[in-house]
Design a binder for this molecule. Structure first.
Ligand SMILES: [Cu+2]
Length: 467
């Protein structure tokens, strides 16, 4: 593994050490307690983070870490509006914590040291206790730093679905299928060597040799078994550390009903789904084309790496079929209203740029010219006001930017106004613009960052603070 210059070590690493120590020393309000010493509050769920040997295809063993001995981790089904206590035991072998992605948690329970959440030392444990909201397809994952270590944080098997279910809503579907995508077996390569191109595409990036949709590589797991006439709800999650994906189900189309777990105004039917890192899509498929099909990456390279799963109708056998998909553009406004949203109280411009690392070096990332921790604070908000983030991705890379502890509304994509699409992560294509609005309705430190593990570790993060 390449050692980096000392200045890189001062990024999130320095901040984590101080915030983590402070967090553990100052346990707040009794809601956050070390499970070992609390004793009084029983846990509804226990998640043990530990090493696991994962066979994703015959003879293809991945040595990683995961939750409760499975990858993905156990599905946590929580009841909307109800308190839940989750005991997390850290036997991962490194300082760690869990982020409850998409939930409106207090800062100290959110699992992000930048907000003041405590780190769990190796061998320690922590009780997370919060109210489950909002309803929808959420997930949980490590929010530790990885830096150059591809065996930590979101590079590992430390991810799982977290479904916040409404008190009463049976849903109009016959079967629910949960599939999480992940990339494995990563190593750092210089893009200058790969693309033979000039800067700026020149720094080190993680490349992968294997991928899964579900628990095994395409063709090596149990098929998704369906029956003709069923309406199947697919809950799809991209739990990759740094790779966006496009998925299709040969012979079928998806009716998208929710993005990042939140119902969309226009449930449009499409052939391909695009999920950037951390994004979720809930889509209904009418099973009306009996056969044995592949649900997988639209790229041959992706499926060859393992990104896919077989969908098998009852009574059907044979080789799984793939049908090449016409190139499709993915646009959030497809699922939104064309009417503009409410006007914001305050607009804030955010420009994202890369500081190329050169051959053998790691790229740095900036928001308005600054990298974490110089982006603490990024800006200050007042409770109850509506903020518009006017974002300019002035780089040749795609960025899934994620807002913690709040949802936002997409209000413009490039030059197209839209409303009604509520998310917590928005993918910004290379050299693009977008606008998102959020209401400052959950006081406490709030992290805003790119969900690419390496982009975040290399400075693409900022802290929004309440006045
Ligand atoms: Cu990024």
């Amino acid at each position: 593994m390449t050692e980096r210059a000392p200045d890189h070590l001062l990024g999130r690493r320095g901040a984590m050490a101080s915030a983590g120590a402070a967090g553990i020393a100052a346990v707040t309000g009794g809601r956050l307690a070390r499970a070992q010493s609390s004793g009084a509050q029983p846990a509804d769920h226990t998640i043990r983070i530990a090493p696991i040997s994962l066979e994703i295809a015959p003879g293809k063993i991945i040595q990683t870490t995961g939750y409760n001995g499975t990858v993905p981790g156990p599905v946590l089904r929580l009841r909307e509006g109800k308190p839940v206590a989750i005991n997390v035991v850290n036997d991962s072998g490194y300082p760690n914590l869990i982020h409850w992605h998409g939930l409106f948690t207090p800062s100290d329970l959110d699992g992000a040291t930048e907000e003041g959440s405590p780190i769990i030392p190796s061998g320690g444990s922590l009780l997370y206790s919060f109210t489950s909201k909002p309803r929808g397809t959420r997930w949980y994952h490590s929010h530790a730093m990885a830096m150059t270590d591809l065996n930590r944080s979101t590079y590992t098997g430390e991810f799982g679905f977290l479904l916040v279910e409404p008190a009463s809503d049976p849903g109009r579907y016959d079967r629910e299928v949960l599939l999480a995508a992940h990339h494995w077996d990563g190593h750092w390569v210089s893009m200058q060597d790969i693309r033979k191109g000039p800067p700026p595409d020149n720094g080190l990036e993680a490349m992968y040799h294997a991928a899964t949709l579900g628990d095994r590589m395409l063709g090596h797991g149990e098929p998704v078994r369906v029956r003709q006439g069923e309406r199947v709800l697919f809950r799809l999650l991209n739990a990759s550390a740094s790779m966006g994906i496009s998925l299709a189900l040969a012979g079928h189309r998806f009716t998208v009903i929710a993005l990042d777990g939140n119902p969309v105004p226009a449930p449009v039917t499409v052939s391909t789904l695009k999920l950037d890192v951390a994004e979720r899509v809930d889509a209904i498929v009418e099973m009306n084309n009996p056969g044995v099909w592949i649900l997988g990456s639209t790229s041959d390279e992706g499926r060859n790496m393992g990104m896919g799963v077989v969908v098998e109708y009852a009574g059907r056998t044979g080789e799984p079929q793939w049908i090449a998909q016409p190139r499709a553009t993915w646009d959030y406004t497809t699922f939104g209203r064309s009417t503009p949203s409410s006007a914001p109280d305050v607009s804030i411009n955010l420009k994202y740029e890369k500081v190329p690392g050169g051959r053998g070096g790691y790229n740095r990332w900036t928001i308005n010219g600054k990298s974490w921790p110089d982006t603490n604070p990024l800006f200050t908000v007042e409770r109850g006001k509506r903020y518009r983030l006017v974002m300019n991705n002035n780089s040749g890379d795609e960025h899934p930017v994620h807002l913690h502890r709040h949802s936002f509304e997409i209000t413009k994509v490039r030059d197209r106004p839209t409303s009604g699409v509520i998310k917590d992560t928005v993918s910004m294509p290379r050299f693009s613009t977008a606008e998102i609005d959020f209401v400052a309705d959950n006081p406490g430190n709030t992290l805003f960052h790119c969900h690419h593990q390496d982009h975040m570790d290399e400075g693409f993060a900022g802290l929004i603070v309440y006045a």
